[in-house]
Design a binder for this molecule. Structure first.
Ligand SMILES: C[S@@+](CC[C@H](N)C(=O)[O-])C[C@H]1O[C@@H](n2cnc3c(N)ncnc32)[C@H](O)[C@@H]1O
Length: 202
C-alpha cells in the first residue's frame, strides 16, 4: 500500500480505511496481532485484514460488517487528524487544475498544516514529481513527516521546518508551481518567485 500506488491486498504495516458508513470511517494502521474495536465488534488484523482484498466486506465479532478501503487522498482528507484548518477536495480539485499539476511536477507549498492538500498534490505529481513543503510549527512539521513515511510517499516530499515568509522554500529555480495557504501570503511572494522555474515566470 502507498497513497500514490494501488495494491490489491491488505498487508501488515498498511494504513487502511475502515468504512462503517458514509459519515463513519476511521484510518487503521494494520498490525499483525492487533485488534480494532468498532460498534459492530472487534476486527482482528491477522485474520480479518491481512491478506484480504481492499474493498472487502469484513464481518466483525458482533456480526456487523464494515468495508476495508484502500487509502486515497480524498479519504485521508475526511479522516485525517486535524491539527489546523484544512483544504477539502472540491477546493483541492480547483487548485490542482489551476496550477496545471501533472506527473513529474515540482511543487512548493506552505504551510503544510495537516497535510490534506499535500497528499493530493503527491498523488497527482507521482511517480517522478517532488513536493517541497514548508511549515514553521515544529510539531506539525514532524507529525506530517511521520504520516508521509507511514503512507510511503516520503521519497517524494521534503518537509522544511522554517518560516516561508522569512526563509522561503529552500529551493531556487526548480518549481513548476507554488501554493500558499498562510495568513500573509504576500510576504512570501518574493520567495515564491525565487523558487519558480524561469520559464514559468515568462
Ligand atoms: C490553514 S493551515 C494549512 C492547511 C493545509 N493546506 C492543509 O490542507 O492541511 C496553515 C498552516 O500554515 C502554517 N504557517 C503559517 N504561516 C507560516 C509561515 N510564514 N511559514 C510556514 N508555515 C506557516 C501554520 O502553522 C499552519 O499549520
Amino acid at each position: 500500500m502507498s497513497f500514490v500506488e494501488y495494491s490489491d491486498c491488505i498487508q501488515d504495516g498498511d494504513v487502511a480505511i475502515v468504512y462503517l458508513g458514509h459519515e463513519s470511517m476511521t484510518p487503521v494502521k494494520v498490525k499483525r496481532g492487533a485488534q480494532t474495536q468498532t460498534r459492530y465488534g472487534v476486527i482482528r488484523h491477522s485474520t480479518d485484514l491481512i491478506g484480504q482484498r481492499y474493498g472487502s466486506k469484513v464481518t466483525c465479532s458482533k456480526g456487523g460488517w464494515v468495508y476495508v478501503l484502500h487509502p486515497t487522498p480524498e479519504l485521508w482528507t475526511v479522516n485525517l487528524p486535524h491539527r489546523t484548518q484544512i483544504l477539502y477536495t472540491t477546493d483541492i480539485a480547483t487548485i490542482t487544475m489551476m496550477l496545471e499539476l501533472k506527473p513529474g511536477s515540482v511543487v512548493c507549498e506552505s504551510g503544510t498544516g495537516s497535510g490534506s492538500l499535500s497528499h493530493a498534490i503527491l498523488r497527482t505529481i507521482a511517480p517522478t514529481g517532488h513536493l517541497h513543503t514548508v511549515e514553521f510549527h515544529q510539531q506539525r512539521s514532524e507529525k506530517v513527516l511521520e504520516e508521509f513515511k507511514e503512507h510511503r510517499v516520503d521519497h517524494m516530499v521534503t518537509v522544511r521546518n522554517q518560516d516561508a515568509c522569512k526563509d522561503g522554500f529552500g529551493v531556487t529555480g526548480v518549481a513548476d508551481a507554488v501554493f500558499l495557504d498562510i495568513p500573509s501570503p504576500w510576504e512570501a511572494v518574493r520567495h515564491a518567485k525565487a523558487a519558480l522555474k524561469k520559464h514559468v515566470l515568462e
